[in-house]
Write a protein that binds this ligand. Structure first.
Ligand code: HEM
Length: 185
């Protein structure tokens, strides 16, 4: 994956756990020099980084991926790519429906991008089934974190249920998501 993904893991660890912990994780993941945003790295670099976080922070991999998903939306995408985020939807459902289009736009800059794909089926006004397609294994809980982050960004109360996973032999990871505007009363 592109370096900006790996760099986001770095900034998440630095902000929550500090430089010393990042140095241990980086070493465990065999990352020597600085990470470069626009360089396309082998996916194994990202998997090794996540694995090193699991070991060093003593957290379940599901928690690491979920936290990284929320962080990616709320502290990377919304902050560094606000134009792209704003241009692809005003609410949770509209945005999720436009995710493929958004990654296509990103592909214009990142020409080696191998993006995921999302299919949506609205079951009723508050429920949507989202199917996530990717050539990459093991990212189910990253997507749960991303969807949860999108709920927070659009101020919608989002509940995510995993219906099927590729790990269990399905062709896609499927989620049933209920979404309601957060009421301020
Ligand atoms: C607007 C900011 C965003 C940018 C710049 C961006 C860019 C990227 C990049 C560079 C990758 C790595 C793929 C590669 O290098 O081949 C990636 C992967 C991914 N992105 Fe985005 N993305 C953004 C927002 C989102 C959002 C909001 C979601 C929410 C669902 C999302 C879902 C994913 C997933 C699940 C992957 C993992 C790749 C896979 O599953 O195969 N992205 N994105």
């Amino acid at each position: 994956m592109y370096g900006l993904v790996n760099k986001a893991v770095e900034s998440l660890v630095l902000s929550k756990f500090g430089q010393d912990t990042w140095d241990i994780i980086r070493e465990k993941a065999n990352i020597s020099g600085p990470l470069i945003s626009m360089k396309s790295y082998d996916d194994q670099v990202t998997y090794d980084l996540v694995g090193a976080c699991v070991e060093v922070l003593e957290l379940p991999v599901e928690d690491v991926l979920h936290t990284f998903g929320e962080y990616w939306v709320l502290d990377v995408a919304v902050v560094n790519y606000s134009n792209l985020m704003d241009a692809h939807g005003m609410g949770f459902v509209e945005f999720v429906k436009n995710l493929d289009q958004m990654h296509s736009r990103i592909q214009m800059t990142f020409d080696n991008l191998n993006p995921p794909s999302f299919q949506c089926q609205e079951l009723d006004t508050e429920t949507i089934k989202i199917s996530y397609f990717s050539e990459r294994p093991g990212l189910t809980h990253f997507v749960v974190g991303l969807l949860s982050g999108l709920g927070k960004h659009f101020q919608e109360d989002v509940n995510i249920e995993i219906l099927a996973t590729k790990a269990d032999g399905a062709v896609s990871d499927d989620f049933k998501v209920t979404h309601r505007p957060i009421s301020n009363s």
